[in-house]
Design a protein around this ligand. Structure first.
Ligand code: 5GP
Ligand code: ZN
Length: 115
């Protein structure tokens, strides 16, 4: 599996940098965002280093499908019962700050600081 030793999310996925983890399997990890917009804000991050959605191909379909279908269950387990936002920022103009693909799941009672 390809990883990047300089990538912060590769380091979190490998347990080299601590995070508030909510889920982990062989393919991806979920943890609380360090700067949450809302009462619950988690990031789902593949363990392999994929820079962004631009690099995603058909070979990643099962991985992305698993992440997208696990996120709602994790939000429910974290007490989110009234909806959430799902966001993937891609590239500079897409507002992507960390160059390792991640899916934001953001929810909980409003108001939120953004969004
Ligand atoms: P982006 O703008 O790239 O879609 O979002 C990156 C997200 O990663 C931001 O919401 C930011 O708060 C979060 N983040 C950046 N560095 C860390 C970190 O070291 N730990 C955690 N838990 N979240 C981080
Ligand atoms: Zn990475």
């Amino acid at each position: 599996m390809s990883t990047d030793p300089n990538c912060i999310f590769c380091k979190i996925a490998a347990g080299q940098i601590p995070s508030r983890k909510v889920y982990e399997d062989d393919d991806f990890i979920a943890f609380h965002d360090i700067n949450p917009w809302a009462p619950v804000h988690i990031l789902l991050v593949p363990k392999q280093h994929l820079p962004s959605m631009v690099e995603v191909g058909p070979e990643h379909a099962a991985l992305l499908g698993k992440m997208m279908s696990t996120g709602p269950r994790l939000m429910r387990e974290l007490g989110v019962t009234n909806g959430f936002r799902t966001i993937v920022n891609t590239g500079a103009d897409g507002g992507q700050e960390v160059g390792h693909l991640h899916i934001h799941f953001i929810g909980g009672p409003r108001p939120w600081s953004k969004g």
